[in-house]
Design a protein around this ligand. Structure first.
Ligand SMILES: Cc1ncc(COP(=O)(O)O)c(C=O)c1O
Length: 357
């Protein structure tokens, strides 16, 4: 309903939408610490927001510790390298969460590591990293903590003030269920205020974007007006669903049904349940030689059901997202469709590869 409305980007009604969205985003990032934080939307997909966060908030003459256990952590290392910022990757296997004690040890060993960057839900697998624990050891040592909460923000619990985070970045089209077009960072005001001139880029400068928004409520450059109007509507719908708690309950139920359906087919998950977020689930591809991923994907897509290829470096997998405007019955439908496509391929055993012991 909100999407087709063609606002002028300098129209007072659009400026009011932007202000309202910013206030609501701060409210989602922290229950009580709102005054200490501000929300800065920025044009572009999630990666643009991540790059803006890194470029603006990782001080130039210091090093940054990046926790890596998947493609999105790895991408942040790449971004820092491209912008010429010194960084150290703390890499663990893709099925292993970052360890706060290991982070503490690295920070103690290297006083020039001034910033710690971590992905909340590593969407490569669906693994949840212990952001609160990482932030605790980093903040106790006076380090900055920047979080890529792209696929978790608005559903998986997080409190920027209580956890001592400096910035959290996400985008319009994940758990808040807007349409693509922009990303946003919720940033500690004091950290942002001290970051003037640090950015590597004119358009991806969160500090300059913030000053522009504070000055006249407007984006510096053409905003995705429709995406912002739709996003405000999405935020109202999130609130109507009971906020992040209500949304997480639906996603959790979506995943419960998905896992039940998958188990009945014999499909096996890549991660142990304890590490698995309700955002996206990674399954081993069936080891049965009759299985063909392309045909499996196309068979589901022809029924209007879209899954994701795997993104792992180590294992042959596929992924199923449980976020977005999806409900438990959709995962019953998916289960039935997977059963029929696997049967059509002649797959008799949907289990993943047997690992030699
Ligand atoms: C954790 C995480 N970080 C970054 C991104 C990149 O976002 P985008 O594809 O919108 O640029 C994604 C996308 O799924 C993500 O899940």
């Amino acid at each position: 309903v909100a999407l087709p409305f063609d606002f002028g980007s300098r129209d007072p009604r659009f400026i009011e939408i932007v202000a309202d969205v910013r206030t609501r985003l701060v409210g989602l990032a922290t229950a009580h610490g709102g005054d200490a934080f501000t929300a800065v939307p920025i044009q572009g997909s999630g990666s643009f927001g991540v790059e803006a966060m890194l470029g603006t908030l990782c001080p130039r003459e210091t090093r940054t510790l990046v926790l890596v256990n998947g493609a999105y952590g790895r991408r942040m290392v790449h971004m820092l390298q491209v912008m010429g910022r010194a960084c150290e990757a703390y890499e663990v296997p893709e099925n292993t969460p970052a360890d706060p004690e290991a982070v503490a040890a690295r920070l103690d060993a290297s006083p020039d590591l001034k910033t710690v960057v971590v992905v909340h839900c590593e969407t490569t697998t669906g693994l949840l990293n212990p952001v609160e624990g990482v932030a605790r050891v980093a903040a106790a040592r006076g380090r900055r903590v920047l979080v890529d909460a792209m696929s978790s923000f608005g559903a998986v619990p997080l409190d920027a003030e209580v956890w001592g985070l400096d910035a959290v970045v996400s985008s319009a089209n994940k758990c808040i269920e807007g349409v693509p077009g922009f990303s946003f960072a919720v940033v500690r005001r004091s950290t942002l205020a001290g970051s003037e001139g640090n950015a590597h880029s004119v358009s991806l400068d969160l500090h300059a974007q913030w000053l522009g928004l504070e000055r006249d409520g407007q984006f510096r450059f053409t905003p995705p007006t429709q995406a912002l109007a739709a996003f405000r509507q999405a935020l109202l719908e999130l609130e109507a669903e009971g906020g992040p708690v209500g949304r997480l309950a639906r996603y959790t139920e979506n995943q419960r049904v998905l896992l039940e359906e998958a188990a009945s087919l014999g499909l096996e998950t890549y991660l142990p349940t304890a590490l698995q977020s309700p955002i996206i689930t990674t399954f081993h591809q069936p080891a049965d030689p009759a299985f063909d991923f392309r045909g499996f994907y196309d068979g589901l897509a022809s029924r209007g059901l879209y899954i994701y290829p795997g993104k792992l470096t180590q294992a042959n997998c596929f992924r199923v997202g449980t976020i977005g405007r999806l409900f438990p019955e959709d995962f019953r439908t998916l289960g039935a469709a997977m059963r029929s496509v696997l049967a059509a391929q002649g797959v008799t055993d949907a289990r993943g590869p047997r690992v030699a012991v």
